[in-house]
Design a protein around this ligand. Sequence first.
Ligand SMILES: [Zn+2]
Length: 529
Amino acid sequence: MIHYALSWRNTNEHLFDIAIRFVAPHDEPRLILPSWRPGKYQLQNFAANVREWTPNLRKLGPNVWCAEAKCGEDVEVRYRYWAGVIDAGSSYLDRSEAYFNGSTLFMWVDGLRSDECVLTIDTDWPVATQLPQDGKELRARNYDHLIDSPVIAGPFATQSFEESGATIQLVSIGCDTARFVEPVRGIVREQIAVFGELPLNEYKFLVHGGDRWHGVEHEDSCSMLVKRGASDFDEHFLSLASHEFFHLWNVKRMMPAAFAPYDYTQATPTRLLWAMEGITSYYGDLSLARSGYWSEQRYLSHLAHEIELLESSPARTHLSLAQTSFDAWVHDGTRPHDRGNAWYSFYTKGEIVAALLDLTLRSRRMSLDEVMRVLWAERILDEDALSRVVDDPPFFARYVDGVEPLPYAEIFALAGVRYEERRKRSTLGLKVKDGVIESVRSGSSGAAADLLPHDELLAVDGLRVHSTADVEHALHETKTGDEIETIFARNGGVMTRRLQLKDDGATEIRLHIEEEDNALRREWLRRRG
Ligand SMILES: [Zn+2]
């Protein structure tokens, strides 16, 4: 048994005090902090937040310590952890709440990772977590269970409902979730219908009001940061909740063999990440349609938007879906490199490919729902599990392992849906925010004129510009082949370039219901729960 105790002295310091008590399994046991957390497939630097460790801890590496103790001795080590930034996967402390993810701040004792853990929190606030509570003690089967269990302590509100013998709770702080009970119930029912069972007794949505959207899945709960004041708040809330709930099957209980068990010390790439995230995104939004929250046309508009995102990514022509999955670990969005041309989201293409695969299967009287049930029975998935179960080698060779253009028109026609593309006006291939170029699409007019990310774009065709929309506006009376002038600042100097406009506008995609009474579409989107 390992005892973890969490406390704090003054919330304004944003510092958690952590004590770990255990019996040394050998001389000088090592304590290790994870280098990443499940749900975000990038190495992180949690150890930078650790400070003021007790003298009986000696540092061996960036995130490895050793305790000065002999085998069999009782050991207690202490350290502090700075928790001043909130997202769904971080740890955060201020005067309004304490929120933590064990993966960021609890070290494990080398050799004792599978031992039962007890967690105590020194607070008068109520506590919400997926961990079973025994009086003041929270109990975890082992270290993996402990760190998969985020905890909120604070003045939260709770709504509950029962579904398929389980209690589902919306626990929220800084956000009113009462109106989401019925829509979430509808989504939950649709997802249970896909797998045929809900393998838990209790589930908690832990929701924080915030300034952006972010979610992380866990075994019997999820964390959601929701963007207060967002214009599409309700739709976005339900889409995120639906995505995270689907993960209780896909990722948390059914996972690539590379994750079983998780190796928290290093990157663990898998070509299946698109199936974990993309198929989850697919069912996440499909559940909004199947439950009746979205109309058929609203759902198709959503898919059209996802296709627009993918079709504006140059990397789709040279990087396969399986490769983006495998390389998730090397494409950290916070580092400045040519991400816009080198990378696209496997969430986005994964969702689109899942939709096209589902429709293809449905035209053969099968479905992705059936595939999911076969995979659910396997639980631990080898790298070829999905292609083996689907058994359509050309589909996988072209669209998952290859980079062939996706056959949108042909496949959506099966569902009585017309696919339309229209070229938008040129923006020089630039994304511009607050006057600074964020990305330059390769092959675009902007790329031909030598523009670079991080250049400060001053003027386009004689007009001052600050955003992508400004660039589009500045070009609204031009046509392909016209010459225009751009002025920008780089490396402390101001430069002028003349360029010739190319036909490089983004592609606008529309999906229209053409055939009102289409049996395949009706079966695809019908309510099941
Ligand atoms: Zn996800």
